[in-house]
Design a protein around this ligand. Sequence first.
Ligand code: ZN
Length: 323
Amino acid sequence: MVSLTEEIHGLMRVMWSGKWAVVTPHTVLSAIWTHIPSFRGYCQQDAQEFLCQLLDQLQNELLKCPSGLIIKINNPWRDTVLARDLLKSLFEGQLISTIVYSNCGHTSFVCESFWDLSLELAITTLQNTSSRRSLSNSSTLFDSLNKFTATEHIDDNIFECSRCQGQHQSIKKQLLIKDPPEVLRIHLKRFRFINNCWRKLTNQIEFPMELNMYRYCNHDNQSVGVVNGEEDTVYDLSSVIVHHGNYSNTGHYTAYCWNNDAGCWVHCNDAKLNRSSSEEVLKSQPYVLFYARRRGRSPVLNRLVNDGDESGPDTKHMRTENI
Ligand SMILES: [Zn+2]
């Protein structure tokens, strides 16, 4: 059985070869149906859920690579990566959770890896005259990040301190980024259960082309990991997934993708690709955002596919058209 990784790699090589105006990814779809059975068929699916399962599957397959297999990537900050660490080296970051116990003041740290940040929309619930709930209609990505990294007071449980073994009724907890990933994926939680139904929050979220994550990173405690400086945490927007529709189980997805070679934004809508402007991208209603760390401005994936065999593995499902 051909792995999903091989199919995706083949598709990338063909797409970036510059030889084909149209690529029909039948074999990738078939491989997805084989390897991710919950996405088999033509049901409406969630893009964020698909990305999680796709990356999980690819990572599991890469873990089967021989332990010493090395891939050349020629990035400014590293030349090679172990095949089994390829996706981790792109998408994985580390969060650090700081917990302060209220009574004794003990501070503990817990680190965990993440492949995306799932953020609440920072919207406020307002009461109008008919006492139906209405929501203020705009907020910024920074509001959501501030909320995600804000110190939380938790007092609805009993917490045992690892140092004094005391039972405490309240703690303060804060999440910060310890190691920023090369590609930061931000999922905005637009779907909310309201009146017994999953509804989409259609609020406008302002987001920047350039995102500096410095203030959301840990730089207080030298012993548990810090970023090198503000210039180390600058990201550039590379893609935006947009969900069109008002419900979670229906709708349509399109995406804006930055094309490094052409130096322009491209709006991808099924088979239609159109050049787009930064203004149009920033006006879109984002569902998932991808930011590439600036030190890796030439994305690793571009380098990988360009370094590969450009003839592609199998062209029988592809056709060319005059541009
Ligand atoms: Zn204690």
